[in-house]
Design a protein around this ligand. Structure first.
Ligand code: FDA
Length: 300
């Protein structure tokens, strides 16, 4: 499935298949900015926070990069206008903003988004993509933080390097989203088994919770969510010094339950037309999703 996420032939076939829409709707707010705003407002009413992600990645066309930058800026203005900035931030993929094209281009575009967030009164988190881009992504985050320390970083527990990255980033004011990692990686750079990835996640989470930064515990894994809750208690962390994060459409009842227990919970809400790569990664995470997808295609 992860290989399929980069196949343009399969992308065309899947995008055109009539049954795809219902599966996409489970994980994606919709194709328009309005859809993202509507879902943010609805989740906000239930006590949840959101991070809105305008879908798109691995962009090589400067015109598309410009559109993606404008889309995030436009969403941030909209969040401010609708009074949603206190509960909503945006997430960006730096390859959508020109990471693969030119360092000064991605920095200018990322800075445009971060400035819009600052004006709106909210924050930006830079998603992490595959391991060939980890250094470049962290380099951009470091640069943005010199002017805007609230910019969030994402680290992936599956990578062997992450424990060291977590130590570097566990400083005061540093917002770090810890996830398992959603990309196909070589065993030279990443742990291969679920047990190793989970153990790495637990070690990294311990470092973040003991540190002075702002950990963002991004997982749906019940054992790791439990561990997060235990560490919060053990380190006496106040509710405004960390948060739990989950993806739109995955374990929604647990999202509300965690918020009900007094934790800040943020839901990552993707919207936009370029949903193919995101959908393939969600299918790859769970065999049952693939069966659901195949059934949806077959019943149309
Ligand atoms: P795991 O995959 O072990 O799943 C644990 C349980 O959660 C499953 O048993 C199932 O119940 C449920 N579950 C998980 N995925 C599901 C799915 N797709 N459908 C249905 N149920 C599912 N990755 C990355 O590389 N870069 C990034 O920037 C981000 N950003 C990000 C933000 C947020 C808020 C989250 C929650 C996740 C990410 N990720 C990410 C994705 C992350 O790396 C990882 O691929 C998924 O979260 C799945 O891993 P879990 O930690 O949930 O564990």
């Amino acid at each position: 499935m992860l290989g399929a996420s980069r196949s343009s032939r399969l992308k065309t076939a899947v995008t055109r298949a009539p049954g795809t829409r219902s599966v996409v709707a489970r994980f994606v707010a919709g194709e328009a900015e309005d859809d993202g705003v509507r879902v943010a407002r609805d989740l906000g009413r239930t006590g949840l926070r959101v991070s809105l992600d305008h879908l798109g990645e691995f962009t090589s066309d400067p015109a598309v990069v410009r559109e993606a930058t404008q889309a995030s800026v436009s969403m941030l203005r909209r969040l401010a206008a609708e009074g949603l900035a206190p509960i909503a931030e945006v997430s960006v993929k730096l390859t959508a903003l020109g990471l693969d094209l030119d360092r000064s281009m991605v920095l200018d575009n990322a800075w445009e988004v971060v400035s819009a967030a600052r004006q709106a009164g909210t924050t930006v988190t830079c998603d992490m993509e595959d391991s060939t881009r980890t250094d470049a992504t962290l380099d951009v985050v470091r640069e943005l933080r010199t002017e805007e320390p609230s910019v969030g970083a994402v680290l992936q527990a599956m990578l062997r390097r992450t424990e060291s990255d977590v130590r570097d980033l566990a400083y005061a004011g540093s917002r770090v989203r810890l996830c398992k990692g959603a990309y196909a990686e070589l065993s030279s750079v990443a742990f291969a088994s679920k047990a190793e990835v989970d153990a790495s996640y637990a070690r990294c989470l311990g470092i973040l919770m003991r540190g002075d930064g702002y950990p963002m515990v991004a997982t749906h894994d019940p054992r790791l969510v439990d561990l997060g809750e235990r560490l919060v208690k053990e380190h006496g962390r106040a509710a405004d010094t960390y948060e739990f994060q989950m993806l739109y459409g995955i374990r929604p009842e647990e999202q509300r339950a965690l918020a009900g227990r007094g934790h800040t919970v943020r839901v990552y809400v993707p919207y936009g037309k370029d949903w193919y790569g995101y959908l393939m990664r969600r299918l790859a995470e769970r065999p049952a999703n693939v069966a659901f997808f195949v059934r949806a295609l077959a019943t149309r």
